[in-house]
Write a protein that binds this ligand. Structure first.
Ligand code: GLA
Length: 376
């Protein structure tokens, strides 16, 4: 009489094991599906990725992301390298890819002090432009680029990084030649070029108190001048110990209270040591490679993976809590191998700032982020 029970037991153990094995083999859930009721999930793609030079990446992006930002090819120096030369091909391919796959395309970026050629600010003899001439040049650039992708690019980073770290207006050529209203004009030109696109101000460290106050004031001032701004992009180039979670929380609340959508537009977490405790994304900085600055040249140890996973989960809990205000979270890159943080602020390091490793495999941080959506 004992026999049948044993067989039944063995059978159920076997079935159980098969189920567990199947469950383990199950492909990971899609990031965009996990957050479908909360906010868009975006990534930034490079031109080689768009050109299909990385096998598997395009399909992978379509699976996990529903918003796309061009990592570089829409920046002024790339898309408009000479006064009468536009190079639209890479941006055209990027926008077409987003279109084909129903992704919310972000144009990055129109007005920025970096990656903008010197000729933008001078005449053909090399003399500084007058205010009117620079305004005309800005208008022409914005009309041409925004106009070309009208209806396809759904949101534009109109102003990128206009505040300095102390919260003052960054001393750029635009500010020097045109004056403060260059910001207002940039929004107006973009609005005229595509009245239906969302228009954003995008910057780093604007969740830290000094810069946050200035950013809030700047948004208020522009709004009081009748400028219609749709959202604020917090770049989100983060570290393990920076910024304070509470500052992220407060930033979402304060920008949200201005009636602005809040988005995290370039999210990554730098887990490597930071030279001089620096933060942000000032790409003009670079430090020499020293061994102690590159502690994980082969792989990230489990303990560090775990810490990264916890840090990501801490942040996503805040994003989810404020999902009435947060409209999008975009990662700055698809996988660790692509990240700019392998070369900034120290060249040649091996960094691990994203949710997917160099083989497009989900890291513990991927699963910890997915878990956060389950909170009430
Ligand atoms: C800034 C810019 C991005 C990119 C990153 C670093 O955050 O907005 O376009 O250049 O720096 O790659």
């Amino acid at each position: 009489m004992k026999h049948p029970v044993t067989i039944r037991m063995l059978a159920s153990v076997a079935i159980g094991s098969v189920l567990i094995l199947l469950a383990c083999k199950k492909p990971e859930p899609a990031l965009k599906d996990a957050f479908a009721d909360r906010f868009l999930i975006g990534t930034a793609m490079s031109v080689p990725q768009i050109m299909g030079k990385e096998p598997g990446t395009k399909e992978f992006v379509v699976k996990h992301f529903n918003s796309l930002t061009a990592e570089n090819c829409m920046k002024w120096e790339k898309i408009h390298p000479q006064p009468s030369v536009y190079d639209f091909a890479p941006a055209d391919s990027t926008v077409a890819f987003a279109d084909r796959n129903g992704m919310f395309m972000i144009g990055h970026c129109l007005i920025w002090h970096q990656q903008t050629p010197g000729w933008v600010f001078t005449d053909s003899l090399g003399n500084p432009l007058t205010r009117d001439a620079l305004l005309a040049r800005m208008k022409d650039h914005i009309y041409t680029v925004v106009g070309r992708y009208k209806g396809q690019v759904k949101g534009w980073d109109v102003l990128n990084e206009v505040l300095a770290d102390d919260g003052s207006l960054r001393k750029t050529k635009y500010l020097e030649i045109i004056g403060e209203d260059y910001m207002q004009k940039a929004f107006e030109f973009a609005r005229e070029a595509d009245p239906d696109a969302e228009l954003y101000y995008n910057d780093y460290n604007i969740e830290t108190p000094a810069k946050r106050d200035s950013a809030v004031k700047l948004m208020r001032t522009l709004q009081s001048r009748g400028v219609k701004i749709d959202g604020v992009g917090i770049q989100g180039h983060y570290h393990m110990d920076f910024p304070e979670l509470n500052d992220i929380d407060l930033a979402i609340q304060q920008f949200g209270e201005l009636g602005l959508k809040v988005m995290f537009t370039e999210l990554d977490i730098n887990i490597l040591p930071r030279p001089e405790n620096m933060s942000g994304a000032d790409i003009s900085k670079n430090f020499e490679l020293q061994k102690q600055m590159n502690p994980y040249p082969e792989s990230l140890p489990d303990s560090a993976q775990q810490k990264l996973a916890e840090r990501y989960a801490d942040m996503f809990r805040i994003f989810v809590k404020h999902s009435d205000k947060v409209s999008r979270v975009t990662f700055w890159g698809v996988h660790d191998g692509q990240s700019w943080l392998n070369n900034w602020p120290v060249k040649g390091r091996t960094n691990y700032p994203l949710l997917f490793d160099r083989n497009l495999q989900p890291k513990p941080a991927f699963y910890s982020v997915i878990e956060t959506v389950k909170q009430p």
